[in-house]
Write a protein that binds this ligand. Structure first.
Ligand code: ATR
Length: 282
């Protein structure tokens, strides 16, 4: 089998996905290609998708701005994608296009891989999720599905956080709070997850909130991966907290997508270091 894989979105010229999936194909000794299919917002979306159907593409990732728009063109959605109303992975199963969302599950996989003790301590940990965009939505739902039971959401616009909190499962307690309150009460949390774009290149001197008074054994996570070590993570390190890097989420969501397409679960430990060097420009 020669896998035809790819990514649709705009703009995607700088995407790391072709590099990641090339590594996955090589590691699994599978033949295949992973192409960038940039679809300009002025192009005909149905026409470009039709072309992918005609060539019999085996699977593709979907990124901004098409994660919601793609849904109308799919035959089925898995439960996660349905709840998210967003798809980042499409699999061609015998001519039917099935939509999945591996962003949130990928994030949780990456977190648990780095901090395996969380598996047994998940009911005791208090989580603060900062931000209320698409990424926060997927992460919130996946944290709950994994079994975490205390997750507060802080955001600049409270209404967006309230919207995410409507997904709350029965075993979970969630408070929607302002960024100011998050900062004041930061010492209450065991895991803090930063999902906004604040601190991303070129604004590398920005940090969403002050975390200088966090617990020493706190885990601080930032999904921004350019730069690899954001100001938020640098400050976390200064106070002795454990840190979790954003690029690992990228790898784990890709690992899940690749598994859906090929049934092969690739190993990530070497690739994590390779990607780190690549992002640092080494
Ligand atoms: P994504 O889908 O990648 O998560 P998004 O939907 O654009 O991205 O969400 C961006 C998040 O970053 C939101 O939580 C946004 O806050 P608002 O809901 O108030 O807009 C947050 N964000 C972006 N810039 C911010 C800033 N300068 N200060 C505070 N929050 C910011």
């Amino acid at each position: 089998m020669n896998y035809q894989l790819g990514l649709i979105g705009y703009p995607i010229k700088h995407s790391l996905s072709p590099w990641i999936h090339r590594n996955f194909l090589d590691q699994s000794r599978l033949k295949g290609t992973y192409e960038l299919v940039e679809i300009h917002p002025n192009h005909s979306f149905p026409k470009r998708l039709n072309h992918l159907k005609e060539i019999g593409i085996d699977g593709f990732n979907v990124t901004i701005p098409y994660k919601e728009k793609i849904i109308d063109f799919l035959d089925k959605l898995d439960n996660n994608a349905k709840i998210m109303s967003a798809v980042n992975t499409v699999h061609n199963r015998n001519g039917e296009w099935i939509g999945y969302n591996t962003d949130g599950t990928g994030y949780v996989r990456s977190l648990i891989n780095k901090f395996p003790h969380l598996e047994t301590e998940k009911k005791k940990k208090r989580i603060l999720l900062i931000g209320a965009g698409g990424a926060a939505r997927g992460i919130y739902y996946s944290l709950m599905s994994f079994g975490f039971s205390s997750i507060d959401i802080a955001n600049r616009t409270l209404q967006s956080a309230e919207n995410i909190a409507t997904l709350k499962l029965d075993h979970v307690e969630t408070n929607v709070i302002t960024l100011e309150k998050a900062e004041t009460d930061i010492n209450d949390y065991d895991i803090i997850i930063q999902t906004t774009s604040v601190g991303m290149k070129p604004n590398i001197n920005q940090s969403i909130i002050d975390i200088s008074t966090v617990k020493k054994d706190c885990i601080i996570s930032d999904i921004v991966y350019q730069p690899i070590k954001t100001k938020f993570l640098t400050e976390a390190e200064k106070v002795g907290a454990s840190i979790h890097f954003g690029h690992t989420m990228l790898l784990y969501q890709a690992q899940s997508a690749f598994e859906i397409w090929t049934t092969k679960k690739v190993k990530l430990n070497n690739l994590e270091r390779k990607l780190e060097r690549k992002l640092k420009g080494e």
